[in-house]
Design a binder for this molecule. Structure first.
Ligand code: NAD
Length: 356
């Protein structure tokens, strides 16, 4: 029987309660689909600052590297607000991406049919359902390029540089084409090739890689147009691939189409199979400890892990189906609608697990 080792970083705030629900669902899924899971718990964020004096201790990196995949809740909270920038809980998040070589960020923007009314977009724009995957390059580009401040003729200035190598673009393009092959075989590469040299290299390289994927329909779009198209006609998109900074902005825009932060999962992948899976929301300190948070984004992160790192697509689908079904009748307070049963975080975890 296949066995997987998962490093679990519960983090801070609502992190522990939502991760516990996701583990409950994963255990049930494992039993149903004949595999086993071992969990190795480690500290990241504020809890790591309390226990080790730093947000990402070496012991956590070692456990994550030894695992088949990593499940993360969320980090941060007012308790650690007076920490210096490099020792804040969120600094642990940036460092772990580097330490694990997580270069590809996958951000699905999905509207679950029963939650259509939560979207800020009109029914006529969304149609029956919406399912976009944004693939964002995560370890290159302007966030990591040459930067600095200077003074010229008594005037202060500052600069950051967008830099990409062909190798970095090829690597993220392959992730996006592979993703498109598993979905509707449609890929939109987003750049600013009318202005930026780095974007012209991006476009040329993506076109080269497209020759390896003749079944995928590739188109190119300028980032400003893409920002408009996402709200004007989002259904035209299947997979979007783009640079670090454009992806940062577009993935947030795309995810808000769903209208509910407690529903959105994400994955960050390294070379090979392993990855880090987490909800896109933060540690929600305002509701922590009340058992009223929505665990579905974390549960759906487990579904992504099964699909993209553990080669268990049927198990992944079983979780997605269970979530869609439960939304028809039960809701946590953040997505509550009249006529549904209002449930706690723990109850939502139990209900999804029961449906697997
Ligand atoms: P947040 O996402 O934690 O919360 C924003 C709002 O959404 C809050 O009202 C919160 O109650 C609600 N919310 C979020 N997740 C929810 C869920 N699962 N169920 C129900 N309601 C939910 O963002 P914030 O308030 O800006 O940040 C809080 C802390 O989280 C900060 O310390 C921030 O730095 C950190 N943060 C961490 C991550 C991460 O760990 N990846 C991401 C974003 C923010």
């Amino acid at each position: 029987m296949k066995n997987y080792k998962i490093a679990v970083l519960k983090g801070d705030g609502i992190g522990p309660e939502i991760v516990e629900q996701a583990i409950k669902v994963l255990d049930k899924t494992a039993a149903r689909f004949d595999f086993t899971v071992d969990y190795d718990y480690a500290d990241l964020g504020g809890v790591a600052i309390d226990n080790y004096g730093e947000p990402l201790p070496q012991a956590t990196i070692d456990k994550c590297k030894a695992a088949d995949s990593v499940l993360l809740g969320a980090v941060g909270g007012p308790k650690w607000d007076d920490q210096p920038g490099s020792n804040r809980p969120e600094a642990g998040l940036l460092k772990i991406r580097g330490a694990l070589g997580l270069f590809a960020n996958l951000r699905p923007a999905v509207i679950f049919q029963p939650l259509k009314s939560a979207s800020p977009l009109k029914d006529s724009i969304i149609g029956d359902a919406l399912d976009i995957m944004v693939v964002r390059e995560l370890t290159g580009g302007i966030y990591f390029g040459k930067r600095g401040t200077y003074e010229q003729d008594g005037v202060q200035g500052a600069y950051d540089t967008e830099m990409y190598t062909v190798k970095e673009i090829e690597r993220i393009a392959r992730v996006a084409f592979d993703m498109a092959m598993k979905r509707n075989k449609k890929l939109t590469s987003v750049d600013k090739a009318n202005v930026l040299d780095s974007s012209r290299l991006w476009r040329k390289t993506v076109i080269e890689i497209s020759k390896e994927y003749p079944q995928v329909e590739l188109n190119h779009m300028y980032v400003d147009n893409c920002a408009m198209q996402l709200v004007r006609n989002p259904k035209q998109f299947d997979v979007i691939v783009t640079s670090n900074i454009f992806g940062d902005i577009l993935s947030d825009e795309a995810s808000m189409i769903s209208g509910s932060i407690g529903m959105l999962a994400s994955a960050s992948l390294s070379e090979g199979k392993s990855g880090l899976y987490e909800p896109i929301h933060g540690s929600a300190p305002d509701i922590a400890g009340q058992n009223i948070s929505n665990p579905l984004a974390t549960i759906l992160s487990v579904s992504m892990m099964l699909k993209y790192s553990l080669d268990q697509p049927k198990a992944a689908l079983a979780i997605e189906n269970a979530v869609t079904k439960i939304l028809e009748t039960h809701r946590t307070p953040d997505i509550y609608e009249a006529g549904k049963a209002k449930v706690t975080c723990t109850e939502m975890g139990d209900l999804v697990a029961d449906l697997i």
